[in-house]
Design a binder for this molecule. Structure first.
Ligand code: PEP
Ligand code: MN
Length: 364
């Protein structure tokens, strides 16, 4: 599906101003906590060649009474970071007051958090407050997996005259248990890039993973998918961080991780969905989905097994089975799937369902 955006994104965020090669790395603490922690992190990162410093000042937290950021005072600390290291500064803004204060303090890049992107009223207000100020804006995906809502936020900024726009993929909330804090659903940023090929696309592995262990794999996946850069949270003593302690790493570990990433050759302009990398990736996604669905189906089989046992019903109900396989073959044919292929798969699923119910009936 092509976008009807009709945006002329030629001017869109030109990283050459920052002289940053791909992958662009933005790093710094989840939150600025103290002046010392902020400056210490920046100096360490700068030593490793990182040019863009991030720090949250106003923190949108899920529940009240968690640490909500130190507020405007940290803008002074960020100014010091700039004068001492020459780094570009990035912070999250969620309302008009944040915008004014950040601009006054000389913040170079603003980012919009996932909870804000999900709210078109907030986005509209922020976008209007920026009228006539062409500062780079990075827009995180909304918390829910809705690519149109993400594109809507991009459009709102673009329509008020901002052209330096980038997107950050930080994963999506889910009720289901997962190894991720926010499940990546890579097909969504890939669709965004397909619909707006000009947009620089970064990945935030810190908020996707929610822990240090997964950071490297997620970063590598983003690079494999031709993302333009990474935003990663760093802290001098991660375990002592006031927010997101589990997912932060030291600047040293960041350096080590980046040095160990396989940086892929630049693909032809924009993400081409025909590259073998992308296709394999999407096949892996399908396989994951297949396994999740099989798991769900077998859980239902378990429940029906218990029901049949309690009601002294037979496991095999031939009418029902004929119905299932008949309907599946018919639907499969409409999807251009071979009859024998569908029949074999469903026979195998059915056999496993019978085995499972048999075990339940016989208490094995
Ligand atoms: C953050 O970057 O610190 C942050 C709060 O991220 P998100 O909006 O992705 O939750
Ligand atoms: Mn964070």
């Amino acid at each position: 599906m092509k976008t009807n955006l009709n945006l002329n994104l030629k001017n869109i965020f030109d990283w050459s101003i920052i002289q940053e090669d791909k992958p662009i790395i933005i790093s710094g603490p989840c939150s600025a906590e103290t002046e010392e922690q902020t400056i210490q992190t920046a100096i360490a990162l700068r030593k490793f060649g990182i040019k863009i410093f991030r720090a949250g000042i106003w923190k949108p937290r899920t529940r009240p009474n968690s640490f909500e950021g130190v507020g405007s005072i940290a803008l002074e600390w960020l100014k010091t970071v700039k004068s001492e290291t020459g780094m570009f500064l990035a912070t999250e803004v969620a309302n008009v007051k944040h915008i004014y204060e950040s601009l006054k303090a000389g913040i170079d890049i603003l980012w919009i958090g996932a909870r804000t992107t999900a709210n078109p009223f907030a986005i509209q207000e922020i976008a209007e407050a920026l009228k006539g100020i062409d500062i780079p804006i990075l827009i995180k995906n909304p918390v829910n997996p809705d690519v149109n809502l993400w594109i809507g936020a991009i459009e709102r900024f673009y329509k008020t005259g901002i052209t330096k726009i980038g997107a950050i993929h930080r994963g999506f909330s889910t009720y289901e248990k997962s190894i991720y804090r926010n499940i990546p659903q890579w097909q969504i940023p890939v669709e965004l890039k397909t619909r707006i090929p000009e947009i620089p696309l970064l990945c935030d592995p810190s908020h996707i993973s929610g822990n240090r262990q997964l950071l490297k794999d997620i970063s590598q996946k983003a690079i494999d998918l031709n993302f333009d850069g990474l935003m990663i949270e760093t802290h001098p003593s991660p375990d002592k961080a006031w927010s997101d302690a589990k997912q932060q790493i030291t600047p040293n570990s960041l350096k080590h991780m980046i040095d160990n990433l396989v940086i892929r050759e630049e693909l032809p302009k924009g993400i081409s969905l025909d590259t073998i990398e992308d296709l394999r990736y999407r096949i892996d996604q399908c396989d994951d989905e297949l396994l999740n669905i099989l798991e769900k189906r077998m859980n239902l089989v378990h429940s029906i097994g218990i029901y049949k046992k309690e009601n002294k019903m037979t496991i095999l109900q031939p009418g029902r089975w004929e119905n299932v396989i008949g309907k599946s073959i018919e639907r499969g044919l409409k999807k251009n799937l071979n009859k024998d292929f569908i029949s074999n798969i469903f026979k195998s699923i059915h056999q496993e369902s019978i085995n499972k119910q048999n075990k339940i009936m016989n208490n094995r």
